[in-house]
Design a protein around this ligand. Structure first.
Ligand code: ACO
Length: 160
């Protein structure tokens, strides 16, 4: 086994990276996710329920955000940790739901989010971290240290 990653990171001045908080419901979290895809109308009650589920399973669900100088959520990202039997009970990380508010794009926030989640996966003992993305985002993830590793297959039950 070889060690492959060394991650140097910095955010614009005044910006911060942290775990999602319950109060982010009314702090632009949902609006930021809408840059990525359809979110729908999420009530505060449903957000709270999901937040509790994630919190009670924080060894698996690790939602994170970046806040701007004003303390408003401007980027989202989820790390999922999967414990496997293969590779001597190896662990892998899955990166999901990366989004940067439109007016904040191009400031390396996406790069910071992805590299930070990959670093957390490494610290958690993962032997790799993987994600699915569209062809048009391949270049972005390559700049985050990823490489094309396979083909995504999907069997849809609903179409969004
Ligand atoms: N293709 C190629 N290169 C890109 C792209 C792209 N689509 N987007 C950014 N880059 C480059 C930038 O030019 C920059 O290059 P540089 O270092 O040479 O200057 C580098 O990647 C880092 O860019 P960032 O400033 O960190 O990108 P940004 O903060 O704008 O975030 C993101 C990029 C997340 C793709 C943003 O545009 C976004 O939110 N898009 C809509 C939602 C989305 O597509 N999310 C990804 C879904 S896949 C998933 O969640 C696993």
């Amino acid at each position: 086994m070889t060690q492959e990653s060394t991650i140097q990171l910095s955010l614009p001045e005044g910006y911060t990276f942290r775990k999602l908080k319950l109060t982010d419901y009314s702090n632009n979290y949902i609006e930021t996710l809408k840059v990525l895809t359809t979110v729908g109308n999420i009530s505060e009650e449903n957000f709270n329920k999901l937040f509790q589920e994630w919190s009670q399973n924080s060894h698996i669900y690790q939602p994170h955000v970046i806040l701007n100088k004003e303390g408003v959520v401007v980027s989202t990202g989820m790390l999922l940790l999967e414990s496997k039997l293969i590779h001597e009970c190896g662990k892998i990380g899955h990166i999901e739901d990366i989004s940067v508010a439109k007016e904040e794009q191009g400031k390396k926030l996406g790069n910071y989010m992805v590299k930070s989640l990959a670093s957390l996966a490494e610290q958690a003992g993962c032997y790799k971290v993987i994600l699915d993305c569209s062809d048009h985002n391949v270049g972005f993830y390559e700049k985050c240290g990823f490489e094309v590793g396979g083909v995504e297959m999907v069997h849809r039950f609903f179409r969004y």
